[in-house]
Design a protein around this ligand. Structure first.
Ligand SMILES: *Cc1c(COP(=O)(O)O)cnc(C)c1O
Length: 394
């Protein structure tokens, strides 16, 4: 059992009320995914044949001409941008990241140059491409996308994410129109989006999702698009993608997660998640110094989260301090803490059980009874997080 293994090595499990986070092991894969992975592990298969089966399944589900599985969404973006530069020319694939003789510019709206745990812009550069950022952080027009196209433009990347600036930027439809009128293919990073068909329908040439976010698969990426570009993406396995290789167990696990997704009763899952949020709202209602509000997912994924705002004067602690106490406690609890420097965190209902959500609320109440004397300033959140990273493995 996993608990046995984790115990033996002194690793704690974490109650994940933050959504799907790579730093917490991504998702809680269900038994069908785990069983499939165990089923294929003892066997040899031709990976090209397994990936061709994945291509058929991805086509069926997304409506794309073809698809493949990558190590993760980030590696899917790297390989897709690489594919836009090399096509299926193996000599070019082997030449990367040296792009001499290839179109090597990749357009990205500045408001899409986000950090999802690493930077989108770095993923583009990792392929060997030069990232050409257009517009301002909060304003970009299709004319600026078109104005950035040169005879060296190989691709344009569009990011759909709660991390990006949510207004003032070019919509996907206009972005695609601007790119396509110059023959530039559009790669969409839709890593944590539920929509498996809309971006392709809007004209994207290649779309990348995480297999381990809402899909609940193993760590993996799902790529769908035109046959030509998906082939060029897949063939990077003979070049730069070799060091981001996906194994047979992950391809099989991601395929099973896709099949499960098609069969899932989405309305029932949503209702259970909403009930969890309602329960948390009620449990936290009486606590002095806390205010709660429901928040819809910014990109339209069907998720309602609970925003918990902490009044430092009334509670004697900041949202950051409270989230840190929850993380350090037993059981360890991770809240969605992107905006603790704004005085709040979110509770995400997708990866917790009803009992775990009850535990989270009980623990919040307990922490509020024991404010610490420290109040860490949060005007430098990125530095605080970097500081914590530097002490690994301690
Ligand atoms: C999570 C995320 C990624 C990375 O996905 P992985 O599958 O973990 O590599 C990339 N882009 C965006 C917008 C994300 O949210």
């Amino acid at each position: 059992m996993a608990d046995g293994f984790l115990n033996r090595h002194g690793v704690k499990t974490v109650i994940n009320v933050s959504g799907t986070m790579t730093a917490l092991g991504a998702s809680r894969a269900g038994p069908s995914v785990a069983n499939t992975m165990a089923e294929v592990l003892p066997h040899f298969v031709r990976m090209s044949e397994l990936q061709a089966a994945a291509s058929r399944l991805i086509s069926l589900i997304t409506g794309a001409q073809a698809g493949c599985i990558t190590a993760c969404a980030a590696s899917g973006v790297v390989a897709a941008v690489a594919g836009c530069m090399t096509g299926s020319d193996l000599s070019k694939i082997e030449q990367l990241p040296d792009t001499t003789g290839m179109k090597n510019e990749c357009i990205l709206q500045r408001g899409h140059a986000v950090d999802f745990g690493a930077g989108v812009e770095q993923m583009i550069r990792l392929s060997g491409a030069t990232c050409v950022e257009v517009g301002s952080i909060n304003a970009c027009g299709a004319y600026q996308v078109e104005g950035a196209v040169t005879d060296r433009t190989a691709a344009a990347v569009y990011v759909v994410s709660h991390h990006t600036v949510q207004s003032g930027l070019v919509s996907l439809a206009h972005f695609v129109e601007a790119a396509h009128c110059h023959g530039v293919p559009v790669v969409v990073d839709a890593a944590s989006e539920y929509d498996l068909t809309g971006f392709l329908a809007a004209g994207a040439d290649i779309v990348v999702w995480s297999g381990h976010k809402f899909l609940g698969g193993p760590t993996s990426g799902i790529v769908a698009g035109t046959e030509e570009l998906v082939r060029a993406t897949y063939l990077q396995e003979h070049g730069i993608s070799r060091c981001m290789k996906v194994g047979k167990e992950s391809v099989a696990g991601a395929m099973t997660a896709l099949e499960d997704w098609q069969e899932r009763n989405h309305a029932a899952v949503r209702a259970a998640e909403d009930a969890r949020i309602a329960a948390a709202e009620q449990a936290l209602a009486g606590l002095a110094g806390l205010a709660t509000a429901r928040e819809e997912d910014p990109t339209g994924n069907p998720i309602t989260r609970l925003r918990v705002t902490v009044d430092p004067k009334a509670t004697g602690m900041s949202a950051f301090e409270l989230s840190r106490m929850l993380a350090a406690g037993d059981p360890a609890i991770q809240v969605r803490d992107h905006h603790v420097d704004r005085g709040y965190f979110l509770l995400d209902p997708c990866n917790v059980t009803d009992d775990e959500m009850t535990t989270v609320c009980t623990r919040i109440a307990e922490c509020l009874l024991r404010p610490t004397a420290v109040t860490t300033p949060t005007d430098n959140l990125a530095d605080l997080r970097a500081g914590a990273l530097r002490s690994w493995p301690q």
